[in-house]
Design a protein around this ligand. Sequence first.
Ligand SMILES: C[S@@+](CC[C@H](N)C(=O)[O-])C[C@H]1O[C@@H](n2cnc3c(N)ncnc32)[C@H](O)[C@@H]1O
Length: 228
Amino acid sequence: MLSKRLSKVADLINDCNNVADIGTDHAYLPIFLVQNSKAKCAFAIDVNSEPLAEALKNIQSANLTNKITTIKSNGFDFINDKDISLDVVTICGLGSPTIVNILSSWKKPQGQIIVCSNTEVSPIRQWAFKNNFEILFEDFFVDQKKHYWLLQISTKFKSSILKKDLLLGNKNYFINNQNYLFYLNNEINKYKSILLKLNKKNHSEQYIKTVKKIKSIEGYVNAINKIS
Ligand SMILES: C[S@@+](CC[C@H](N)C(=O)[O-])C[C@H]1O[C@@H](n2cnc3c(N)ncnc32)[C@H](O)[C@@H]1O
């Protein structure tokens, strides 16, 4: 059975020809997608041999070697100079800076991109914004006491992302999301305690930055509470 985290990713995928799971490790996600007819076939990609061997073992146990291909590749290197079209790309279980590095090395981004990151996703929103790609959906949730950010990006639709949403996301996705509100209130408290330790005169630049950060998160939380 898939973890809550990977189930949330799988829920966003339906009826596609192929999926490339970058950083697949055990290949649980592509196996689930093919077994449940959400994808006709899949590429299970990993930069390291050991996880790839584990992926192959699991794919063999599931009798899916004819539908899931394991490929050793650093991100999109396997596709960059080839004429393969991808319907869906998934990148899960990595931090946002690594995910952005992987996405930035993709010469021809295409199809839908679903990322589930374990760090805040403003760098990924920035990447989508810069490339004029649309964000179709966002979520924030807790699984096994860890925070996860889910982003669904379409390379087909032009971006309607607003600059003001780059830091924390479009509020509409987070109405009534108590986990996100709890996380944001903790962030406010974290920055407030940093502020207490800063000397206004000696650290004026950092002080102003921290005050701005607190204000922007507070404004965001208040706006969500107003809609909820
Ligand atoms: C923590 S595991 C996540 C596994 C799985 N995607 C999940 O969410 O459960 C991260 C995997 O990404 C692989 N990885 C890290 N950087 C990569 C890159 N640039 N290209 C391909 N795979 C990468 C690692 O080898 C590792 O197997």
